[in-house]
Design a protein around this ligand. Structure first.
Ligand SMILES: [Zn+2]
Length: 377
């Protein structure tokens, strides 16, 4: 049913196009051309202008041939560095890079599988409802394209984002809420040798405050915390009057992220003020998390599709962020399905041809079964 040669050729063609974040122009044009050739009318939004990139998100509607729930599929067009001059090397069932760059299967494999699924439902006249596909920009540098996406024109019931690693059939159904924080501890400077007693050492206060935290790293199976950057002090012989600490907390559950964020601020405030310092907190909620129940229609549909294909469905949490978080935050329930890519963001990145075929087949089954169900009144 899948045209394997065509799928592999299309994937390799995409890999050979440079599309690092904010430089997706050529990739966007190629995808739009291919969709136009198939008879559809892809649109490009203004996300590129908004973020300083050279292309926008590409959005296409595949009009339904029957009445069924509208679906959305998402993959990102950009790749990480080193991503210039990518050369796909086929070694049996494996496609990898020549070792000098990433392969860019993250996420061009997602793009290629969506395009192949669209070709097949069209060629084989598989009855389907409206299908939307969005190819986003700048996912790798903070989900910037997805954040600019106007979903009011995409009336999809739910969405599948193709951007997870792991075996095909697995999906991330929970991802964390995300708080980032910057904490500034202010003390008082003084000459370190002549009159240290006139100073208040902000580095000492910061160190004591951090050491007083009962947790760092993994707090529990749903929650992590990290202080990743510390800056402070001016010279060996000056009592330091200021330290900033930058960090993050992630949790699948909102009550937990709130609880641990409060714990951190309360502890640091108490210890640092006890050392005679003042503290300023700058805490931002960057993203809300998502937590899709296992009996949600987006997963029931995926389960039927994997069952039909004899693929094992496995559902998990992720501590990472992807466009899935943004799509959920914008109100369309979405899961992040695995496309089989391995060693992503490394020059050893690779993907199996058999997995590209499986993922395309999975999308087609999802679309087909959704069509068989018809519209839910
Ligand atoms: Zn990705």
């Amino acid at each position: 049913m899948i045209n394997k040669e065509r799928l592999v050729e299309n994937f390799c063609d995409l890999v050979m196009v440079d599309s690092v974040s904010k430089q997706e122009r050529l990739m966007a044009d190629i995808i739009k051309e291919e969709l136009t050739r198939m008879g559809y009318s892809p649109k490009e939004d203004k996300a590129g202008e908004a973020i300083g990139g050279n292309a926008g998100n590409v959005i296409v509607k595949i009009p339904g041939t029957i009445n069924a729930e509208p679906l959305l599929f998402v993959a990102h067009m950009d790749t990480v560095e080193p991503g210039h001059g990518k050369v796909p090397v086929i070694d049996g069932d494996i496609i990898k890079s020549d070792g000098n760059t990433v392969l860019g299967g993250d996420d061009l494999a997602g793009v290629a599988c969506i395009l192949e699924a669209i070709r097949v439902i069209r060629e084989q006249n598989i009855p389907h409802g409206d299908v939307y596909a969005v190819f986003t920009i700048a996912e790798e540098i903070g989900l910037l394209g997805a954040k600019e996406l106007d979903v009011s024109k995409i009336p999809a019931k739910f969405a599948y984002v193709l951007d997870d690693s792991g075996p095909v059939g697995s999906a991330a159904i929970r991802a964390p809420y995300y708080n980032q924080f910057s904490i500034t501890i202010k003390g008082k400077s003084a000459h370190a040798g002549l009159c240290p007693e006139k100073g208040t050492n902000a580095i000492y206060a910061a160190a004591k405050a951090i050491a007083s935290l009962p947790f760092m790293g993994r707090i529990d199976e749903d929650t992590t915390c990290n202080i990743g950057v510390i800056n402070g002090g001016r010279s060996r012989n000056i009592v330091p009057d200021e330290v900033t600490m930058e960090g993050e907390i992630r949790s699948i559950y909102e009550d937990k992220i709130n609880k641990y964020t409060k714990h951190i601020t309360d502890t640091i405030e108490k210890v640092a003020t006890g050392e005679g310092c003042t503290v300023k907190f700058d805490i931002n909620r960057n993203h809300d998390g998502y937590n899709i129940p296992e009996d949600h229609p987006v997963l029931l549909l995926m389960k039927e599709a994997t069952d039909r294909l004899g693929i094992k469905l496995s559902l998990h949490s992720t501590g990472g962020l992807s466009d899935t978080t943004v799509i959920n935050n914008k109100g369309i329930p979405a899961v992040d399905i695995s496309i089989g890519m391995t060693n992503v963001h490394c020059t050893q990145e690779q993907i199996a041809i058999s997995d590209l075929v499986k993922v395309s087949s999975l999308l087609i089954e999802i679309i087909r079964i959704n069509g068989e169900k018809g519209a839910v009144v």
